[in-house]
Write a protein that binds this ligand. Structure first.
Ligand SMILES: [Zn+2]
Length: 494
């Protein structure tokens, strides 16, 4: 399988205090080599390192956040962070299903590179044990690592836990911490014991920080609330966001905003702890969504409430980077990818020698330098995913690959190329006018890029199922399976 990787070029940042100390060392030891030393050289040096806080917002549609234009007060704390950090206006996730997208965030690799391709199959749902992650790379270099998460979809099963000294997935019943098949071959899990509300997750994260406040840490916090209505926010949040109409969709849309607001309140509580404990000014903070959400059913727009598709409402995500000591924030319009997050974090921390990533540091863009345009890749291999009951109602979305730049986007269906889609994002940002034709020069250009990155999967046996797996997919349909979580139906969740 071919894939293109961009060389990870690091620039080693040195804090003023480290510069001062090494200046003294240079004076005292004539002939010492120049440049910044390795960071993992002792406790006192470790204490000068920046911390990292990665916050992932599950199922968060960018347009529902104040800093991305929402007129409702869904995200005052995130808006404040965005105002003092860097807000990326065109950040593209590499998948629209939770563990796959998180794997790209944590590894800096497109899905073909890290091994997690689907939510669940007999194979192909775990990050490869040989792939370094943000946690493994930083733990090896002395950062204290912890993850406080909020759902089964990022549990240990998916291989995202490597490198974390503490990995709390938020699943209250660990016995249920497995996807299971019922007697009909339907795969799923019990959502009532396999998710955690954002207040409980935040409590645990703050409790850990209270213990580790004097050490360099790398923490991942994941919030899940907007994904479904199993865990509702407190009544005062529901009361603040009233339905704008009489339909079920109106009610669910209002609940979605209330859940976002509750996540934002807890995100604010976490940031406030960093401020009051003196950690804020030495913590690099990244906030990103793993994917968006359609939030439209029926025939309007793309007619899809949930994720698993590759339209902009599913993969164009909020991304905010707050850099300690940065004098002022800004808005960056260039196309970037969630695979760029890990190279960016390592760049700011001065971590080198980590190998190559598909992504590349955002530090140059943040510094205002012009760069060559980045191409964003994403895929959705729903047809090989035993939890993707949505292929029953959207068989044409069985296998999706997309590649986009600032101006053009191709959604390619390798099993039915004539059904592919091409959009001029400048003229048609909502992807309503499909310009696909095999001979269109933009199709030829983008398809060549897609082939370079992807290598299309056309064999179910790669996922362990062969024809048996296809039978399970058929049974999902014949049973009218409309499972919770990632499966989706042609309408809002129950
Ligand atoms: Zn998700």
């Amino acid at each position: 399988m071919r894939r293109r990787r961009m060389k990870h070029v690091t620039q080693t940042p040195c804090s003023r205090s480290r510069h001062a100390r090494w200046l003294w060392l240079l004076i005292l030891a004539a002939g010492a080599s120049s440049g910044c030393p390795e960071r993992e050289q002792g406790v006192s040096e470790a204490e000068d390192r920046w911390n990292v806080l990665l916050i992932t917002l599950d199922t968060t549609r960018r347009e529902r956040l104040g800093c991305y234009g929402c007129p409702r007060a869904t995200s005052p704390n995130l808006d404040a962070l965005a105002a003092e950090g860097y807000r990326f206006d065109n950040a593209i996730a590499q998948a629209a299903v939770t563990p796959v997208s998180h794997a790209s965030i944590l590894t800096g690799l497109n899905p073909p590179g890290h091994g997690a391709r689907v939510l669940y199959a007999e194979r192909g749902y775990r990050v490869s044990d040989s792939v370094p992650t943000m946690a493994t790379l930083l733990a090896e270099r002395g950062w204290h690592t912890a993850a406080y998460l909020s759902s089964f979809t990022v549990a240990e099963l998916f291989g995202l836990d490597r490198g974390f000294a503490v990995y709390d997935s938020g699943c209250r019943d660990t016995r249920a911490d497995q996807i299971r098949s019922d007697s009909h071959g339907v795969f799923g899990w019990d959502m009532t014991v396999n998710q955690r509300r954002s207040d409980a997750t935040t409590d645990q994260a703050i409790a850990w920080l209270e213990q580790k406040a004097n050490r360099p840490f790398a923490m991942w916090v994941h919030y899940w609330d907007p994904h479904d209505t199993t865990e509702l926010p407190p009544p005062e949040y529901l009361a603040r966001f009233r339905p704008t109409g009489p339909t079920k969709e109106d009610r669910l849309s209002a609940t979605y905003d209330a859940e976002l607001a509750f996540v934002d309140a807890n995100l604010g509580r976490l940031l406030e702890f960093l401020r009051t404990s003196g950690l804020y000014d030495r913590t690099l903070i990244v906030v990103v969504a793993d994917h968006g959400e359609g939030l439209v059913s029926g025939l309007a727009h793309h007619g899809w409430w949930r994720h698993r598709l590759l339209y902009q409402e599913q993969i164009r995500v909020p991304l905010i980077v707050r850099v300690p000591g940065s004098p002022e924030g800004g808005v960056i319009g260039a196309t970037v990818r969630t695979i760029d997050i890990l190279p960016t974090v390592l760049d700011y921390l001065g971590v080198t020698g980590t190998g190559e990533f598909d992504g590349a540091s955002l530090r140059g863009l943040i510094a205002g330098r012009s760069e060559a345009p980045r191409l964003a890749y994403a895929d959705a291999l729903n047809g090989y995913d035993l939890t993707a009951g949505m292929v029953r109602v959207r068989p044409h979305d069985r296998i999706l690959h997309s590649v986009s730049d600032q101006d053009w986007k191709l959604i390619y269906r390798p099993d039915q190329p004539a059904g592919s889609e091409l959009y001029d994002l400048r003229q048609d940002p909502h992807e309503l006018n499909n310009l696909y034709a095999p001979s269109h020069p933009q199709v030829e250009r983008l398809l060549a890029e897609l082939r370079r990155v992807s290598g299309f999967v056309d064999d179910a046996r790669l996922f362990g199922g062969g024809s048996g797996q296809a039978d399970v997919i058929k049974r999902l349909g014949s049973l009218g399976y409309a499972g919770v979580s990632e499966t989706g139906t042609n309408g809002p969740p129950p």
